[in-house]
Design a protein around this ligand. Structure first.
Ligand code: NAD
Length: 368
């Protein structure tokens, strides 16, 4: 059988730096765990604009549609700030998400023990935290029509429309229930059914999908504003949270920050299953291209490496190997190894991007 395929799109700024460490990890799994991947690499964002005049070429888009998983670094940078909106680096990312129809955005908020004093919340509130926010990514108020700024009664009116079809809610609900089955078996669905019709429909459809297909998963519903409070008060009450595009945007950023640094946060965006049963998938760190530290070997590669770990789990059915990789990262952090972003105000001596990668490889070796 052919090896599973991965398209690597390092992008701009620190994207190529952190992706170099991910490539080392991918090679390690090929050499030491007999888990070989067919890896190809291409351009996205500003790097693609420089080469082709577009932030994602049609050829690259076609490749992304064919592979089992796309791994993306980061796009953007000051050099491209003055470009026309249609060719800005971020458009490459949006094109990938849209054309691959990646409707379920998975944002884990996981607190590594060694970093539990790094959160702005009390240690006992975040230690051992492991929750997953599933945000609907391709519909809702960011896409609904009508939209725009019109003039009415001699003043301007800004309009956006929250709109969800039943099938859009069904498919993201299924993603959340499927995930919960592999985790703590609990889903909390968040909307504003008290004031929004789209929220009433959301709640009804999630409940129906549950009752018909996932009755063995524990389901609760919460208004999104109350959910935000509960996330800060006692986040460990949650396992999987499923919510719409707008609320998910806010809640996933808030939840992510419970755990400390941007350099630690992975994400996955999943779509419908392909012919081979794997979901269309793109994995990427939450952070951007960090122009302030690009090219200096200071970037933390862990967010990008954890994104590959999500790929192992959700695209390649290698949950045990994903756990091995996460345990190696946990071990390195427990040993006190820190990139600059993980040093508190008291300071210390940071390791470089590649040193962090090498330490993780050494911990992987030690796990055998
Ligand atoms: P950013 O995430 O790039 O950086 C924010 C801060 O976090 C910076 O101080 C940076 O040094 C730090 N940081 C980020 N990742 C880090 C890492 N791995 N290790 C250590 N420190 C890290 O966000 P920004 O500064 O708002 O945006 C910079 C550029 O990135 C912009 O062009 C923006 O449009 C783009 N961007 C891209 C994505 C993406 O590709 N998905 C996401 C966000 C921003």
């Amino acid at each position: 059988m052919a090896n599973p395929s991965i398209l690597i799109l390092p992008g701009d700024g620190i994207g190529p730096e952190v992706m170099t460490e991910v490539k080392k990890v991918i090679n390690w799994f090929g050499e030491k765990r007999d888990l070989a991947f067919d890896v190809s690499e291409d351009l996205v964002g500003g790097a693609a604009y420089d080469a082709h005049g577009a932030p994602l070429s049609d050829e690259t888009m076609a490749k992304a549609q064919e592979v089992d998983a796309v791994l993306l670094g980061a796009v953007g940078g000051p050099k491209y700030d003055t470009l026309d909106f249609s060719v800005k680096p971020e458009r490459g990312l949006l094109r990938l998400r849209k054309e691959m129809d990646l409707y379920a955005n998975l944002r884990p908020a996981q607190c590594f023990d060694a970093l539990s004093d790094f959160s702005s919340l009390k240690q006992e509130v975040v230690a051992g935290l492991d929750i997953m926010i599933v945000r609907e990514l391709t519909s809702g108020i960011y896409f609904g029509e009508p939209r725009g700024i019109i003039t009415e009664n001699n003043e301007r009116v800004g309009i956006n429309t929250q709109r969800y079809t039943e099938s859009e809610i069904e498919r993201v609900a299924r993603s959340a229930f499927e995930l919960a089955k592999r985790r703590g078996n609990k889903v909390c669905s968040m909307e504003k059914a008290n004031v929004m019709e789209s929220g009433i429909l959301w709640r009804e459809v999630v409940q129906r999908v549950h009752d018909e297909e996932y009755a063995d998963v524990e389901l609760s519903h919460m208004y999104a504003d109350a959910g935000a409070m509960q996330l800060c008060r006692w986040p460990k009450q949650f396992d999987v949270i499923v919510t719409d595009n707008l609320f998910g945007d806010l809640l996933s950023d808030a939840a992510a920050m419970l755990t400390g640094s941007l350099g630690m946060l992975p994400s996955a965006s999943l779509g419908a299953p392909m012919a081979n049963g794997r979901p269309k998938a793109m994995y990427e760190p939450v952070h951007g291209s960090a122009p302030d530290i690009a090219g200096q070997g200071k970037a933390n590669p862990i967010a990008c490496i954890l994104s590959f770990s999500m790929a192992l789990r959700y695209s390649f059915d290698q949950g045990e190997e994903a756990t091995r990789l996460e345990a190696a990262i946990e071990k390195v952090l427990a040993d006190g190894v820190r990139t600059a972003d993980l040093l508190g105000p008291e300071g210390g001596s940071p390791v470089s991007t590649s040193e962090m990668g090498d330490k993780i490889l050494a911990a992987l070796d030690a796990s055998l």
